[in-house]
Design a protein around this ligand. Structure first.
Ligand SMILES: Cc1ncc(C[n+]2csc(CCOP(=O)(O)OP(=O)(O)O)c2C)c(N)n1
Ligand code: SF4
Ligand SMILES: [Mg+2]
Length: 474
């Protein structure tokens, strides 16, 4: 008996909360085939009972927002790289049902080699290849599957056999490989065709569920906007232009011949990973620093202030000197805002061990050169850490009671030396001398690397010494 379905398939979210604005509709153009294909996938996910273990990979293309809609695992990847990511996901999670959802630009152009290699390896993934014969998202450029004579943004006189070659037949191409198990092409072009596409999609997913290997369904799909065709005419356009070139049907099906294979997976402990990857490193020698007493022998430092205060240079002074002393170092500047005179900051790590991440969200040491930086980043300093601030410029006092606080009148001291812009070097001098983290001589020696104007190097050496002298008074 016919079943009347009035509800959204469970594979979809009830409401598309991840989508900004209207949570009830998709972002696709009227007549776009992606919506229908999503529906077929959501229904299959529900009916096959795989919702809890399905991961859908959204590509770059109009379906980049697949994750707005599906109540499954989702991941968005770089252009064309879905088969590589799908491979990793499936191998690391053999129980997962991994679906790589890709357009023709994504799969057949920039990702051409990715799909070829994944299919050739016979990865146990399912690919939904949405062939609308055009780059929909970027405004209708030629895709590898665009048709001969087809006018696109990049072939205004039509695709020419001699210039662009014939449209690529992807399922036929992959069928020549030994790796794939199930390959079929269908179309979204009215109920009769949709029913066939529905079946093909389920076969492809079942192939993965059964552990039979690589499956892919190429689905011919309408892009009325890219084709500049009225949505109501798009099925007729497909029938006339696409079907003669892209024959529908199964191009390869060796499911019956393939033995089921389910990869086993061993979870390694942290110690086993270190051993297997040969990551073991000697215990760090601690710096002879005051910070060491608080347990921060390998400081992560955040320097923050206005653009123009030499924040990035101060960070570079520490990083250059750290390298000179044979330490592992990292320095990451924030380029954008300081150009506009906004807040500038940079992160520096100094360590005797390899540095895992160069970013610093909770610094051991904060050097705040203006009030907004102090107010914004003071709460982030690790308990027991160090906060240094320019007390000439900052007219409020830090509030934390669980960190060491140094008020340094750096700008006043720099003014006294005749150049207000040397407050950064003074602060660095105070820091290295106060903590003993590294020798001020190392900073002095490497100053020419951080100070771009050579005529200012000597003046900055004086500023460094002023900072060192100030530290001695603390
Ligand atoms: C590395 C990179 N190159 C190029 C682009 C620009 N770009 C975005 S989508 C797209 C093509 C999408 O076409 P298709 O895969 O056919 O998807 P459709 O929009 O047609 O569904 C391109 C070239 C990009 N985002 N990233
Ligand atoms: S541009 Fe084409 S593929 Fe993209 S949403 Fe619109 S109709 Fe769909
Ligand atoms: Mg496309």
């Amino acid at each position: 008996m016919a079943k009347l379905i009035l509800e959204k398939p469970k594979g979809f979210c009830d409401s598309y909360e991840r989508k900004p604005g209207d949570h009830g509709t998709t972002h696709y153009c009227p007549g776009c085939g992606h919506g229908n294909i999503h529906k077929l996938l959501a229904e299959a996910v529900e009916d096959l009972g795989i919702q809890d273990r399905t991961i859908i990979i959204s590509p770059v293309g109009c379906s980049v927002f697949v994750y707005y809609y599906f109540a499954t695992g989702n991941i968005q990847v770089a252009h064309g790289r879905a088969p590589a990511v799908a491979t990793a996901l499936k191998r690391a999670n053999p129980h997962a049902i991994v679906v790589s959802y890709q357009g023709d630009g994504d799969l057949a152009a920039i990702g051409g080699n990715n799909i070829l290699q994944a299919a050739n390896r016979g990865e146990h993934i399912t690919v939904i290849f949405v062939n609308n014969a055009i780059y929909g998202m970027t405004g209708g450029q030629l895709a590898p599957t665009s048709l001969l004579g087809m006018k696109t943004a990049t072939t205004p006189y039509g695709r020419d056999l001699l210039n662009e070659g014939p449209p690529m037949k992807v399922v036929e191409l992959l069928s020549s490989l030994d790796g794939p198990t199930y390959l079929e092409r269908q179309a979204i072009m009215g109920n009769k065709y949709i029913a066939r596409a529905r079946k093909a999609l389920r076969n492809a997913l079942q192939c993965q569920i059964d552990g039979k290997g690589f499956s892919m369904v190429e689905i011919l799909s309408a892009c009325p906007s890219g084709w500049k065709v009225d949505p109501t005419d798009s099925y007729a356009w497909m029938e006339k232009n696409m079907l003669p070139h892209f024959q529908l049907g199964v191009t390869k099906d060796v499911r019956a011949e393939r033995e089921p294979f389910f990869r086993t997976f061993k979870t390694l402990s942290a110690a086993e990973i270190v051993e297997q990857l040969d990551l073991a490193v000697p215990e760090p020698k601690h710096f002879p620093s005051k910070l060491q007493k608080t347990g921060y022998g390998d400081p992560s430092i955040k320097l923050a202030g206005f653009g123009g205060q030499g924040i990035l240079s101060a960070g570079a002074m520490l990083a250059n000197a750290g390298m000179e002393q044979g330490l592992q170092t990292s320095w990451i500047p924030s380029y954008g805002p300081e150009m506009r005179g906004g807040t500038a900051y940079c992160f520096v790590n100094l360590s005797e061990r390899p540095i895992g991440s160069p970013t610093v969200s909770h610094p051991d040491v904060l050097m705040a050169f203006n009030r907004p930086s102090l107010e914004k980043f003071e709460p982030d300093v690790k308990p027991g850490g160090l906060l240094m601030y320019d007390s000439t410029i900052i007219d409020v006092k830090p509030k934390r009671g669980d960190i060491e606080i140094l008020a340094v009148p750096a700008t006043q001291m720099a003014d006294d030396l005749g150049n207000t812009r040397m407050a950064n070097t003074i602060m660095v001098g105070v820091y290295v001398a106060h903590t003993g983290i590294m020798s001020p001589a190392a900073i002095e020696q490497t100053l020419p690397l951080a100070i771009k104007r050579k005529n200012l190097v000597d003046a900055n050496k004086k500023a460094l010494r002023a900072g060192v002298d100030f530290a001695a008074t603390l």
